[in-house]
Write a protein that binds this ligand. Structure first.
Ligand SMILES: [Zn+2]
Length: 324
């Protein structure tokens, strides 16, 4: 793997590379940004670069024994600290710091990656603090975090901040296709419905919302659309599923409305069903679509605020049937 495979983070990667090339390395970095935007990949590649025996232009060579070991998480001088349960355990931090204080086994550099800085509680953060304040020579600590606020301030303030930004929709689509082998149609839909947020796109992928959405849409087009909550409407998961269905449905209705004025595929979330969208946009009335969208939004709010789900979904089903 090289930095080139990390998409949409040119600024963050340029900072890291210039630090290596200019030999202005900090002893601690905090990579800040939402989940799924490339922080972990960047940390692993950066660690690999730091232990590589033959780096070229701030890229690891990928063939030396250090690179090969780093790639399979088997390099003795690269440690990764991850939470066990909710937090990173204090004993694990102490052991990692002890190893950082020793001479490198194979490399002159030693790297510690903290996979979730937000999982350092006060105790474990305190244990790490000593090493951050008085680092032994040639150690580099990389802390990953969703936001600076999530990390104990005394830790965050001692690290150089590298910001990983949210991704463009096209980048999210490419990552879903390349890294997760998701088909083109589905990848594009997930990227658009999640507004370019990789974390949401991955959650939606796991929840199989693409096929779920198409099932909902087909039922709606056949006129037998019916969202129900079964007998367990009080359960959180049932509410969440209804919220997702309403969100997908709103995307669908919004597309038909948008297609009435600008029917180009680039404006359509459900680009996989552009023909249906255009057909419906010609057949349905604007005021009916606006009315349906309003009912969906009201239902979503009712579901969120725990109003009787059976009642609000029955109303939604009846209203939506009127316009198909
Ligand atoms: Zn190498």
């Amino acid at each position: 793997m090289s930095f080139k495979e990390i998409l949409g983070q040119e600024k963050a990667l340029a900072l890291l590379k210039s630090a290596v090339l200019g030999k202005r390395m900090s002893h601690a970095y905090i990579f800040v940004g939402p989940a799924g935007v490339g922080k972990s990949k960047a940390a692993i590649n950066f660690a690999k670069l730091l232990v590589c025996q033959d780096p070229r232009q701030a890229e690891p060579c990928d063939v030396c024994s250090s690179c090969r070991k780093a790639q399979v998480a088997g390099h003795p001088d690269i440690q990764v600290l991850s939470p066990e349960g909710q937090f990173i355990k204090i004993d694990a931090v102490r052991e990692a710091c002890r190893r950082l204080s020793l001479r490198g086994f194979e490399s002159s550099r030693k790297v510690l990656i903290v996979s979730d800085g937000g999982a350092l509680n006060d105790e474990s953060a305190n244990a790490l603090l000593k090493t951050l304040e008085e680092p032994s020579a040639d150690t580099v600590i990389i802390i990953l975090a969703a936001s600076l606020k999530a990390v104990v301030p005394t830790i965050a303030s001692r690290c150089q901040k590298i910001v990983f930004s949210s991704l463009q929709e096209s980048v999210v689509r490419d990552i879903l296709r390349k890294d997760y082998q998701i088909a083109e149609d589905e990848a594009l839909y997930l990227a658009r419905i999640s507004g370019g947020c990789m974390e949401t796109a991955l959650r939606f992928s796991k929840e199989k919302v693409f096929s779920y959405k198409n099932r909902l849409v087909e039922e709606w087009m056949k006129g037998d659309f019916s969202l129900s909550c079964g007998h367990e409407s009080e359960k959180r998961e049932v509410r969440q599923e209804a919220e997702t269905a309403l969100y997908l449905l709103a995307g669908w209705l919004r597309d038909i409305l948008v297609a009435q004025t600008s029917p180009e595929a680039k404006n359509i979330i459900n680009a996989d069903r552009i023909d249906d969208i255009i057909h419906l946009s010609q057949r349905l009335k604007t005021e009916d679509l606006e009315g349906a969208l309003k009912v969906v939004a009201e239902t979503a709010a009712d579901v969120k605020y725990n109003i009787n789900m059976r009642v609000v979904l029955a109303r939604l089903n009846a209203e939506l049937k009127k316009i198909t």
